[in-house]
Design a protein around this ligand. Sequence first.
Ligand code: ATP
Ligand code: MG
Length: 152
Amino acid sequence: QSLEIISFLKQLSEDFRISVTDKQLSLEASFQQEPVYVAIDKFYFSTAILNVLDNAVKYSKGEVDISLSTSTDKGFFILKIKDQGIGIPKAAQHYLFDKFYRVSQGNLQSNQGLGLGLYYTQQIILAHGGVLKVESEKGKGSTFIIKIPMER
Ligand code: ATP
Ligand code: MG
């Protein structure tokens, strides 16, 4: 099915903004004007994005600072989700999308999870012919990059 992803992301980010009630959130979103169509299921795609947004909240100390931006390149739609959280050590980045993988953070009780979120996100993106990448440095925040082929 065909999804107009810009208006979809606008709605999703507003819903997300309202859903974050336990931490201070600064969410900056810059979306392009032109509509972009991708062949992706709404439900799966929401899950994929919300896993990444949920992590940005979970792995930020104090205020949560997220910026979303979109672009297109060579037939691909690109979404970047950038946070100013705790970051991910280089050595851990190879395993990040593995089932049950979690970065060891000592005994931080509040950061619980199964290590499945990013695994599912990657499975969903791959199933739609896309790519999921991460750019991060420990202590310097993380950027998750989602690329999906556009419909033409
Ligand atoms: P789940 O999503 O299943 O509740 P989880 O959040 O631990 O659990 P993933 O979402 O797959 O699992 O993330 C895997 C690990 O990657 C996390 O445990 C965390 O260590 C690290 N991580 C993920 N996103 C971020 C981020 N934005 N900033 C810092 N570390 C992150
Ligand atoms: Mg998670």
